[in-house]
Design a protein. Structure first.
Length: 391
């Protein structure tokens, strides 16, 4: 047990070191932790088809948009203002997002193929799987991996942000956010009572992503209060929002949105704590978990059905499946997403005659992280060996 605890601490320490090496700027570990908590809540939301305790966890998508807007503006606003080409910014975003889109899409397609071969009455034909599989990989179909819809709107927001970054003053951003919030407030009538009406994604990303950019602008100008947010308390408040007994939509979305924005303000001002390393780890697995949990959970449930297991206690099944999804997300992050991103960044640096300083630093960080990862893996193996052989 002690060896297992030491391994967990080692993984968390490594995650924190990775985050800090990757950026010379301040890193907001509490915001990473909140993103991880939100990703886990989304997984639980989908585990119960939106009907369980976390029935309001679909709001996590709006938190993701807020966090994304703040972090992207924090990392890139000065560069875009200074003349960084839009194509370079978008290429950096694709390097960040697409490796997991590819893997998550392939997971969903593989599950669809297995379902087609083993289920005579399966919804999609072989030809449809090929067509929809191609559309999935470019974020234009979401039947094989439902969370991809938000990644589509995320990329659309990234394009608009990069094109108009020089003109996005605080007043203009406030108008964009107001448009989004008013549209969501009228969401019931506009969507015929369907809160998941696809076109409302425009309003949600307008309010969320550009609301995050607005928070960055206000923070940079010194207009936000400096509040020391405690990760445990902020997480508890976020979870409480997700489990409120009534459905949050329409005009109720506005106070919920304000609360999530306030959580980010508290997270921005959070001071260093002993939980930072766990926050960093939660942040690192949040995106792989979000991108992979949908096909992973459904594949596990289908596998259990085919084994003939009698599911008398569904909560225990959900707990086991979610734990497996967390492990898969961590493995995907460590052994797929991180190496692929580093490779793509190194390739981008090699192709550029005048690489950006930040990209060169990222490339150097990649080599340091690779060496350190091997060292940690060796120490972890040693600890495991010791725990097995020691009576």
């Amino acid at each position: 047990m002690l060896a297992d605890q030491n391994i967990c601490r080692g993984i968390a320490d490594e995650a924190l070191a990775d985050q800090r090496v990757l950026s010379s700027k301040t890193h907001f570990e509490v915001l990473d932790g909140l993103r991880g908590v939100a990703a886990i809540a989304v997984m639980l939301f989908h585990s119960y088809d939106g009907q369980g305790l976390f029935h309001n966890a679909d709001l996590a998508v709006d938190l993701f948009f807020l966090l994304s807007g703040f972090v992207i503006a924090y990392s890139n606003d000065d560069r875009l203002q200074g003349g960084m080409p839009v194509t370079r910014f978008l290429l950096r975003r694709l390097i960040r997002l697409y490796p997991m889109i590819l893997l998550g899409g392939l997971f969903g397609i593989a599950f669809a193929i297995v379902q087609r071969e083993t289920n005579v009455v399966y919804l999609y034909s072989s030809g449809q799987i090929v067509l929809y599989g191609c559309l999935t990989l470019v974020l234009l179909f979401y039947g094989f991996n439902l969370p991809f819809w938000s990644l589509f709107f995320e990329l659309i927001a990234n394009v608009f942000y990069s094109l108009f970054a020089k003109h996005l003053t605080a007043p203009i951003l406030a108008l964009v956010v107001l448009f989004g919030l008013l549209t969501i407030g009228l969401g019931g009538p506009l969507s015929w009572g369907n809160k998941y009406f696809f076109a409302l994604g425009i309003a949600r990303v307008a309010a969320g992503f550009f609301g995050g950019v607005l928070l960055y602008k206000l923070w940079k100008q010194g207009h936000l209060p400096s509040l020391n947010g405690n990760f445990t308390i902020l997480s508890a408040v976020l979870i409480a929002l997700f489990v409120l007994p009534w459905e949050i939509w329409g005009w109720l979305f506005l106070p919920a949105f304000a609360l999530m924005a306030a959580l980010i303000v508290f997270g921005i001002g959070a001071r260093a704590s002993r939980l930072d390393k766990y926050c960093a780890l939660l942040g690192q697995i949040s995106y792989p978990l979000y991108a992979l949990h949908w096909p992973t959970l459904y594949a596990l449930v289908e596998f259990e059905k085919r084994l003939g297991l009698k599911i008398d206690h569904y909560n225990f099944v959900v707990a086991a499946n979610c734990f497996a999804a967390l492990i898969i997300a961590y493995l995907a992050m460590r052994f797929y997403e991180t190496p692929v991103r580093f490779y793509l960044v190194r390739s981008l640096t090699a192709m550029s005659p005048r690489p950006l300083k930040a990209t060169s630093a990222f490339q150097a960080a990649a080599w340091r992280m690779e060496v350190r990862s091997r060292s940690v893996a060796a120490r972890s193996t040693s600890k495991l060996s010791g725990s097995i052989t020691t009576p």
